[in-house]
Design a protein around this ligand. Structure first.
Ligand SMILES: Nc1nc2c(ncn2[C@@H]2O[C@H](COP(=O)(O)OP(=O)(O)OP(=O)(O)O)[C@@H](O)[C@H]2O)c(=O)[nH]1
Ligand SMILES: [Mg+2]
Length: 125
């Protein structure tokens, strides 16, 4: 069976880009060998709406999912298992988390980021 890759936090909760983590991830999943033939799929939607669980089910990823309040913070990436061509799944923080109060900067920027870099964006209603 194909090895699944550990999920990596690409963007920290505060919005900082994890350049070291991305570098390690790219090497682990041998992304360079895919050339330009790889896909990116992202999921956006409300908190605790099952975004991480849905991706884990569809792509055999290992994104954390829990019944307890906010689970996914920032943006996480993982390699989809058994999907050709090579596809990277991107799991986003819920768009309506109370943890950020009135500040919707992260929500706007992370959604725009997902739209910009993904081939497919799943909107979890
Ligand atoms: N009954 C039911 N529960 C589900 C379903 N999908 C997910 N859940 C549960 O809902 C809870 C939240 O799921 P997550 O996948 O963590 O939701 P999320 O949208 O990623 O949440 P955040 O990352 O916090 O924004 C978990 O306890 C899941 O097991 C579903 O289709 N049916
Ligand atoms: Mg989640």
């Amino acid at each position: 069976m194909e090895e699944d890759c550990c999920a990596t936090q690409l963007i920290y909760r505060a919005g900082k880009f994890n350049a070291v983590g991305l570098d390690r991830f790219v090497k682990e999943v041998k992304l360079a060998e895919c050339g330009v033939s790889y896909g990116v799929v992202a999921i956006v939607g409300p908190q605790s709406s099952g975004k991480s669980a849905l991706q884990n089910h569809l792509f055999t990823t290992q994104f954390a999912n829990s019944r307890r309040s906010q689970t996914t913070k920032g943006i996480w990436i993982a390699k989809c298992v058994g999907i050709e061509p090579c596809t990277i799944a991107m799991d986003l923080e819920g768009t309506d988390g109370r943890e950020r109060g009135q500040d919707d900067t992260f929500k706007k920027q992370s959604t725009l980021f997902a739209l910009a870099v993904s081939d497919i964006v799943l909107i979890n209603m």
